[in-house]
Design a protein around this ligand. Structure first.
Ligand code: 4VN
Length: 324
């Protein structure tokens, strides 16, 4: 039996940092309003880099850190809802930028759960025995999906990318997973609507911008996602002591407080970085993972166990328990 493991992590964000005070100069908002409701203080905003540029920086770092050659990469999955274009995909653009000529590459669309769904998919590709090395990257330039005249959403999001090199292993590292969607509630969080446009049909509207029923998504995260995480932990007979850290989608610090309480695990085990990045959708979990490694919280020697959980548009939600 072939298993998979995360062997390296990396992240990258555009240089330009936009603070809450900076936002207050272009819209009717304040640092106090944003920080007290969301925990967010700053976000990185791309001036001229696209989603594939951010993702390619991560891919190049993963190759550098691992000393793996680009030609050895079997597949590249980019989780994004802000691609450079529908065709070619962001992942094939990354392939070209790093010269991974032997890889197959595709994008995966699952909003804030994108990285989790992509990592679960990559684990199965490797378990199939057909492929041995893959790049799994979450990357977004959410600034282009934000209506900068809507202060209720514009303050929440940011740009960035994070990712992992996943490789074949003779030991099991992916211990448990739970992936879900509920399309019947899809309208509560939307962006990038592409209307119909043909001379033979009634045209319908394009709407690039993110729209969110904040209350509905807040309640979904606190009630349903927390219950799902708790269930996954008990399903494999784990207690809170068996998990070193829980790395959750970085949407809102108040939501993380409430989720930690519902799950019944000390908030100290839930690292957060939305203060510096805002909500970077599919990129939020891999950026956090990479920062936890950089800070020495995660040793990457197989001795620790973490839970990763994404939740958001679709609706989608999913969690993985992984030895790292
Ligand atoms: C997951 C979540 C959110 C989210 C939901 C609500 C929310 C973020 C509502 C109350 C508002 C402050 C903001 Cl939990 C978004 C995504 C999308 O990635 C995924 N913020 N808030 C207030 O007035 O307090």
């Amino acid at each position: 039996m072939v298993y998979s493991r995360i062997s390296h992590v990396a992240h990258y964000a555009p240089k330009q940092v936009v603070s809450n005070d900076d936002l207050a100069t272009i819209m009717d908002t304040s640092d106090d309003w944003i920080a007290s409701r969301t925990g967010i203080k700053n976000r990185h905003i791309s001036e001229n880099e696209t989603t594939s540029d951010l993702a390619s920086h991560v891919a190049a770092q993963l190759l550098f850190k691992s000393s793996v050659q680009a030609s050895e990469i079997d597949f590249i999955i980019v989780a994004t809802i802000t691609p450079d274009s529908m065709m070619p995909s962001t992942a094939t653009r990354v392939q070209a930028q790093i010269g991974a000529a032997n890889a197959f590459a595709f994008d995966l669309t699952a909003a804030c759960s994108g990285f989790i769904f992509a990592l679960a998919t990559a684990d199965k590709l490797i378990q199939s025995g057909l492929y041995r090395k893959g790049l799994v990257i979450g990357a977004e330039t959410f600034s282009k999906a934000v209506d900068w005249s809507d202060r209720s959403t514009a303050v929440l999001f940011g740009d960035g990318a994070g990712g992992v090199l996943i490789e074949a292993s003779d030991k099991r590292h992916f211990l448990a997973e739970s992936l879900h969607s509920d399309g019947s509630r899809g309208e509560s969080l939307t962006s990038g609507k592409i209307g119909l446009s043909s001379p033979f049909s009634q045209k319908s509207e394009n709407d690039p911008y993110v729209k969110m029923d904040g209350r509905a998504i807040f309640d979904f995260a606190v009630r349903e996602v927390s219950a799902n995480i708790k269930q996954l932990i008990t399903d494999i007979n784990f207690s809170s002591d068996d998990l070193d850290y829980l790395l959750l989608h970085q949407a809102n610090n108040r939501i993380l407080d409430k989720m930690a309480k519902k799950i019944g695990i000390s908030r100290e085990k839930f690292p957060a970085n939305m203060m510096e990045y805002g909500n970077t959708s599919a990129a939020s979990i891999p950026i956090l993972l990479s920062e936890c490694v950089d800070k020495g919280m995660l040793k990457m020697d197989g001795s620790q166990t973490i839970l990763l959980s994404g939740f958001g548009g679709g609706l989608t939600w999913g969690s993985l328990i992984v030895k790292i």
